[in-house]
Design a binder for this molecule. Structure first.
Ligand SMILES: O=C(O)CCC(=O)C(=O)O
Length: 265
């Protein structure tokens, strides 16, 4: 395979990833591509919310509503009675534009360096939609505790978030806790609901180390599976849509479906 040197990880990015657990690349996708990706996101969210499902596939955990639909888990907004889609995982199969995105060299090239393998595969993909004045907060968490029971190589997983809209603290951008990845899987909030263990106990990291991952639409945020992260509600009139792709070494199945989706040249 041929690598694209201009897209590979710089020394500064490698250092930031190792020491801080994240870094941003700004201005990666242009306005035309973003229009196309936002339209695809809306199509995927609409398709996920009506995808075929049995009555048992509509359930609640800790008071929040989830649907299993078309092979994906759909989380709805937490407000009572809301049918607004909050998260779809996985989502890429709902639209061919997203299947193409998985192989985009602007994502795949730095990923190869971060995963540590020229041959990489998708692990999981999430569409996170924070609608104006409705998008709810994500509590502090690491991704690794969600995956560690199903994946024996969780240390090799790497996330990238693509901002589909400009993101700032006002519309609920992601916040990442600098250096928190260096301490492995941290204790969760055991006993606080069915999913409490998956939220990081704030006594084990310093919230003062949190930084807002702000950026214009088209920015990429690369972050480690142990990086503590979360976001506040969207109290603004502006949408904050983003997608998160997670990669692994080639040949492994995806998180939710027993299929292998290696990245193509
Ligand atoms: O989209 C957000 O604000 C949070 C996303 C997140 O924490 C995740 O996808 O793991």
């Amino acid at each position: 395979m041929s690598r694209r040197p201009e897209l590979r990880l710089s020394a500064a990015e490698r250092k930031a990833y190792q020491e801080e657990g994240f870094f941003l690349r700004h201005g990666v996708f242009d306005a035309v591509e973003l229009d196309d990706l936002r339209a695809a996101a809306e199509r995927a969210a609409a398709a996920a919310s009506v995808a075929g499902r049995a009555p048992d596939d509509d359930y609640r955990i800790d008071g929040n509503r989830y649907l299993e639909a078309g092979g994906s888990t759909v989380q709805l907004e937490h407000r009572d009675g809301s049918t607004t889609v909050r998260v779809v995982e996985p989502f890429h199969h709902f639209d061919p534009r997203f299947d193409l995105l998985l192989d985009d060299p602007r994502i795949a090239e730095p990923m190869r360096d971060l995963v540590g393998s020229d041959l990489i595969a998708l692990f999981t993909d999430k569409l996170n939609l924070k609608r104006p004045r409705e998008g709810s907060a994500f509590r502090w968490h690491q991704d690794s505790p969600y995956w560690v029971f199903d994946c024996g190589h969780v240390e090799t997983l790497v996330n990238v978030m693509l901002l589909l809209d400009d993101a700032s603290p006002e519309n609920g951008c992601l916040h990442v806790v600098r250096g928190s990845h260096r301490r492995g899987i941290l204790p969760g909030l055991e006993g606080q609901g069915a999913l409490g263990a998956l939220f990081t106990d704030p006594r084990f990291f310093d919230e003062d180390d949190a930084v807002a991952a702000e950026g214009r639409a088209g920015t990429l945020l690369f972050f480690h599976p142990h990086t503590v992260h979360g976001s506040k509600p969207n109290l603004s009139d502006l949408a904050r849509r983003a997608l998160v792709l997670t990669y692994q070494p080639a040949g492994h199945r995806t998180f939710k479906k027993d299929v292998v989706r290696d990245v193509r040249d």
